[in-house]
Write a protein that binds this ligand. Structure first.
Ligand SMILES: Nc1ncnc2c1ncn2[C@@H]1O[C@H](COP(=O)(O)OP(=O)(O)OP(=O)(O)O)[C@@H](O)[C@H]1O
Ligand SMILES: [Mg+2]
Length: 291
C-alpha cells in the first residue's frame, strides 16, 4: 500500500486523534466516584454496525459488571427496537430531553432485560429536533447537557449516532470523551474515513477539545474471503493501534438477535459474535483504564 492511499483514508489524522498516541487525561487527586466514560459510535456510512455495536458492546460491558447506559440519537430508533423496546410508544424520549426544559430524565430512562443496561430511546420525533435545534443557542451542546446529568450514575455511556455528519452526530461527538468507528471490512468503506476524521478534528478544535479516537472496530469480517482479509490488513497498516485486535465476524445471528429484542450475548451466548463483543468490551475497558 502506498502512503498516499493511507493518507487519503484519513489515516494520519486517525493516528493523531487516537488516544494512546497523544495525551493522557489529567489524574484527579483522591478518587471519588468516577464519572462515566462516554463513547459515541460514529460513521456516516449507513449499515456498518453502529447500532449492533452499541447494543452488543453495551451488553458485554453490562455483563462484565459495568453500569452502562445506551443513548439513541438516531431518529430510526433501532437501538430500542433491537433491545425489545418499542420506542414509538414511549411518551418521553431523548427528543423531549433535548427540546423541553424540565422533561424528566427518569421518565425517559428505560431498563432493559439485562441488569446494569439502561437505555435512553429515540424515535422519529427526533428528526424534528434536528431541524428545531438549528435555531437554538449552543445547539451542538444540547446532548452534552443531558449526558453531564447522567455521568455519575453509570460507568459507561454509549451513544448511537445516525448515518450522517449532521447536527445529531455533532451533538453525539460533542458529548463524548471518545469515538468508536465501526468499519465494515469492505474496500469502499475506507473511502469515507477521511471525511469522518476531518469532522472529528473539527469538533475537537471547536467544540470538544477532549475528544479522542477511541478505536476502530472492523465489522462484518468474513474470514473465508481473501478480500476481507486483505481489507483488514490494509486497515491495520493504515490505522495502526487505533484498530481493536478483535474483528467482528459476519454472521446472520446479528440480524436475528434484534428480531428477538435481545443482544447477541443473551440470544446466542456462546456464538463467535457474542465472544467478539465480550473481547472488545475488555479491550475498551483496558484502553479506558490506561488513559
Ligand atoms: N457482524 C455482522 N455480521 C452480519 N450482519 C451484521 C453484523 N453487524 C451488523 N449486521 C447487520 O447489518 C445491518 C446493519 O447493521 P446496523 O444497523 O448495526 O448498522 P448501522 O451502522 O447502525 O446502520 P445505520 O447507519 O442505518 O444506523 C443490520 O441488519 C445488522 O443486523
Ligand atoms: Mg444504526
Amino acid at each position: 500500500m502506498t502512503p498516499e492511499t493511507a493518507q487519503s483514508w484519513g489515516a494520519d489524522a486517525a493516528r493523531a486523534l487516537h488516544r494512546s498516541s497523544d495525551r493522557l487525561r489529567p489524574g484527579g487527586g483522591p478518587q471519588k466516584r468516577k464519572p462515566a466514560h462516554v463513547i459515541a459510535m460514529a460513521n456516516q456510512k449507513g449499515g456498518v454496525g453502529k447500532t449492533t455495536t452499541t447494543i452488543n458492546l453495551g451488553a458485554a460491558l453490562a455483563e462484565q459488571g459495568h453500569r452502562t447506559l445506551l443513548i439513541d440519537v438516531d431518529p430510526q430508533g433501532s437501538l430500542g427496537v433491537g433491545l425489545g423496546i418499542e420506542p414509538h410508544s414511549r411518551d418521553v424520549t431523548i427528543y423531549n430531553l433535548l427540546m423541553q426544559d424540565g422533561a424528566s430524565l427518569d421518565d425517559a430512562l428505560v431498563e432493559t432485560s439485562m441488569d446494569d443496561l439502561h437505555l435512553l430511546p429515540a424515535n422519529i420525533d427526533l428528526a424534528a429536533a434536528e431541524l428545531l435545534l438549528v435555531q437554538e443557542v449552543a445547539r451542538e451542546q444540547a446532548l452534552q447537557r443531558i449526558v453531564e446529568r447522567l455521568r455519575y450514575r453509570y460507568d459507561f455511556i454509549l451513544i448511537d449516532c445516525p448515518p450522517s455528519l449532521g447536527l445529531l452526530t455533532i451533538n453525539g461527538l460533542t458529548a463524548a470523551d471518545g469515538v468508536i468507528v465501526p468499519l465494515e471490512c469492505e474496500y469502499f468503506a475506507l473511502r469515507g474515513m477521511s471525511l469522518l476524521m476531518q469532522t472529528l478534528e473539527r469538533v475537537r478544535e471547536r467544540l470538544n477539545p477532549e475528544l479522542a479516537l477511541e478505536g476502530i472496530i472492523a465489522t462484518m469480517f468474513d474470514g473465508r474471503t481473501i478480500h476481507a482479509k486483505e481489507v483488514l490488513e490494509r486497515v491495520r497498516d493504515a490505522f495502526g493501534d487505533a484498530v481493536y485486535e478483535t474483528p467482528v465476524t459476519k454472521t446472520i445471528r446479528f440480524a436475528e438477535a434484534p428480531v428477538a429484542g435481545e443482544s447477541i450475548l443473551t440470544y446466542a451466548p456462546s456464538s463467535r459474535g457474542a465472544e467478539a463483543y465480550r473481547k472488545l468490551a475488555r479491550e475498551v475497558v483496558q484502553r479506558e483504564s490506561a488513559s
